[in-house]
Design a protein around this ligand. Structure first.
Ligand code: FES
Length: 164
């Protein structure tokens, strides 16, 4: 049975925190440095969890709400880590008219997460993507480099169960 809670435990290391504090120290007095610092923080951790946003907020004396607002507004920032298996469902037109929205909904329901999130065991993350150039196989999803085409909702459980 898949874990249904969506909080992924934070497991940042001391080294990561030191790198982040160093980046902040170097850049914080530059004008417009918030975005570059957040970008570097994401490079260090792979995503921007609450704990990382809090360090940036404290060190830069910028309200946490502002950091969160920037992190959610710009699509380049991830609030959740990517899973061991990254699922991307194509919501391009050809796939969408063939039912990829239903596939996406089924995955959200089965995994207990929303788009952009990761299961708490770190196994699966779910995202929507644009056309991947395989419209002839619509509807399409990818799990890491593996492409699944002409998908039906009924196949989803069987496909997920192949991933250990
Ligand atoms: S629209 Fe999905 S692969 Fe092209």
């Amino acid at each position: 049975m898949l874990e249904k809670t969506k909080m992924v435990p934070f497991n940042g290391t001391k080294e990561q925190e030191e790198s982040l504090r160093q980046v902040i120290e170097e850049l914080k007095n530059d004008k417009g440095s918030l975005m570059p610092i957040m970008q570097k923080a994401q490079d260090i951790y792979g995503y921007l969890p609450y704990e990382v946003q809090k360090i940036i907020s404290d060190e830069m004396d910028v309200p946490l709400e502002k950091i969160y607002g920037v992190a959610t507004f710009y699509s380049q920032f991830n609030l959740f880590p990517k899973g061991k298996y990254k699922i991307s469902v194509c919501l391009g037109t050809a796939c969408y008219v063939k039912g990829s929205g239903d596939i996406y909904n089924k995955l959200m329901e089965t995994l207990g997460i929303a788009g952009g999130e990761c299961t708490s065991d770190g196994k699966f993350s779910l995202d929507a993507c644009r056309c991947i150039g395989a419209c002839g196989l619509a509807p399409v999803m990818m799990i890491n480099d593996e492409v699944y085409g002409r998908l039906t909702v009924e196949e989803i459980d069987g496909i997920l169960s192949k991933y250990e």
